[in-house]
Design a protein. Structure first.
Length: 205
């Protein structure tokens, strides 16, 4: 069962303090919402949790059962959806997923990859180049990438960005399933999205 503990976390860029003294924890079945105004450090915090940015001080501890994960081990148990997750526009959606699966060391069949695309509402568009996708379709593809290894820990940055009504329905299903199978941490300044969690960490206050 996964758990994440944030203790006394701080981050500065070029002597400018982004946040300090952040402490929170979330366990299996839980959802932590990180909220606050633009520039308060929501994305920075999620990037720290994802192992993409180092904190200036403090610690992040991730565990699966009784095992404490090293930063490298933690990445194999994480899924991350954010606006800066790069996609290869010259490749099709299916080719993107096949490439990402190889990078992750996953032996997923074409049938499994197509099922992922269907899950996020991209059935029938697997052979279209991502350059022809709308921004909402690209966001759906990022979900497929994040979910392909069934991560026990899922990080979502501005989760409904560019999603239409059916995309929001897909997001609700992802959140419900993640809370049944692991834990969720999401960053948003949308009041409606704050209701997705049972804990709220407010930055910039």
């Amino acid at each position: 069962m996964p758990a994440v503990e944030i203790r006394d976390l701080a981050k500065s860029y070029n002597r400018r303090l982004i946040f300090k003294d952040l402490t929170a924890s979330v366990a299996a079945g839980g959802a932590l919402v990180v909220t606050g105004p633009n520039g308060s450090g929501k994305t920075t915090l999620l990037r720290i949790l994802a192992g993409l940015v180092r904190p200036s001080s403090g610690t992040v501890t991730m565990t699966i059962g009784e095992a404490r994960l090293s930063p490298l081990e933690a990445r194999t148990h994480l899924g991350f959806v954010g606006p800066d997750i790069a996609l290869y526009y010259e490749l099709t959606a299916l080719e993107n997923l096949a490439f990402f699966a190889r990078v992750r060391g996953l032996a997923l069949s074409q049938k499994e990859l197509l099922a992922l695309l269907e899950r996020v509402g991209l059935a029938g568009r697997s052979d279209d180049r991502v350059s022809a996708y709308s921004s909402g379709m690209r966001q759906r593809l990022r979900y497929a990438y994040a979910l392909m290894h069934r991560p026990p820990i899922l990080l979502l940055d501005e989760p409904s960005m560019n999603l239409d009504e059916t995309g929001i329905a897909m997001l609700h299903q992802v959140i419900a399933e993640q809370r049944s199978n692991g834990l969720l941490i999401l960053a948003t300044n949308d009041p409606e999205e704050v209701t997705y969690g049972d804990q709220v960490l407010r930055l910039g206050t």
